[in-house]
Design a protein around this ligand. Structure first.
Ligand code: CUA
Length: 335
């Protein structure tokens, strides 16, 4: 246990990204991380005790005390000692087990829909994340977006984690714990985020060649900001304004883009790839590989494999410069 704890701390401390696994922002996650600290301290005490006794034994009974070839007196059977060193670990593990049970109850307390709160479907796909919210005007319809998960602070958010293809795993360290995304099964993750901010995470289940590029960005914001975001997401994006953007929309609708993507308000309604209705408002493209700007988008459209090996999107270099530039202008204007 101790070695595992130390390894975890080393891994967490060594993460080059701006993720602080110990700076947890949900009460549910705090229960888990506090418990981790308790087990870490217990493991440390056990380690010091065992190493200390070992050191004393090595020093006290080192060679030279007995003539060469002669065994020291052998001690066997001390019932009181044996009961003591059986009972102490047994009780320690029992107490940790009971605390674990309590924490599991706290973490899962709001998993049932009767607890209220906002249900959000989180769907793992090769190799990106889809999020589906109940539409504000008509909760039986959905607002669909990708890769950037907006959530309101201070209220129960019920993430319903599932997968559309293979096993993925939804992990945002600062939320406090993670859930497998399993095809055909929904795993619930209910939480209340206490602090507004941006929290990064990623898929942690090897799910294929681009597994490392299933980044997650959680944007926790005030209820007011969240509601205005969701209301905007529920609307189609602005129609193309400039001639170049209009040209880009024609290119988009005339090509196989429409076989995979939706842009609300157009004939593109496929749900294979990420919903692009408000693509231009996202910070990253390709699930966190690149910052979403015209240069990177242009490179992506030309040859997605060069940007994110294993991505299921084909390249569109054959469109030629004019069409590609127009397509970039159109997509970036989808705010
Ligand atoms: Cu999805 Cu790894």
């Amino acid at each position: 246990m101790f070695i595992i704890s130390v390894l975890l701390v080393v891994v967490v401390a060594g993460c080059g990204r701006s993720v602080d696994s110990l700076d947890v922002v949900t009460p549910q996650g705090l229960e888990i991380s506090n418990f981790f600290m308790v087990t870490l301290v217990i493991g440390l005490l056990v380690c010091v005790l065992v190493a200390g006794v070992l050191a004393v034994a090595v020093a006290r009974f080192r060679g030279g005390r007995y003539p060469v070839g002669e065994e020291p007196p052998q001690v066997t059977g001390n019932r009181r000692l044996e009961i003591t060193w059986t009972l102490i670990p047994l009780l320690t593990v029992l107490v940790l087990f009971l605390i674990s049970l309590r924490i599991m109850n706290v973490v899962h307390a709001n998993d049932s829909p009767s607890a209220g709160g906002l249900p959000i479907q989180v769907i793992g796909q090769q190799f990106w994340w889809e999020y589906r919210y109940p539409a504000p005007s008509n909760p039986s319809t959905q607002v669909i977006t990708a890769n950037e998960l907006h959530i309101p602070v201070g209220q129960i958010v019920r993430l319903q984690v599932a997968s559309n293809d293979v096993l993925h795993d939804f992990w945002v360290p600062q939320l406090g714990w993670k859930r497998d995304a399993v095809p055909g099964k929904t795993n619930t993750m209910s939480m209340t985020v206490l602090r507004a901010g941006t929290y990064d995470g990623e898929c942690t289940n090897l799910c294929g060649i681009a597994h490392a590029w299933m980044r997650i960005r959680v944007i926790a914001e005030s209820e007011l900001q969240f509601q205005s975001w969701l209301t905007a997401q529920a609307q189609p994006g602005d129609p193309p304004a400039t001639p170049q953007q209009q040209h880009g929309q024609r290119v988009f609708l005339a090509n196989t883009c429409t076989s995979c993507h939706t842009v609300a308000g157009t004939t593109a309604q496929a749900q294979v790839g990420p919903n692009l209705t408000h693509f231009g408002s996202r910070f990253y493209l390709a699930s966190g590989v690149q910052v979403n700007d015209p240069q990177h988008l242009r490179a992506w459209l030309e040859n997605p494999q060069a940007v994110k090996r294993g991505v299921l999107m084909p390249g569109y270099a054959s469109l030629g410069n004019d069409d590609l530039d127009a397509l970039v202008a159109y997509l970036e204007a989808l705010k």
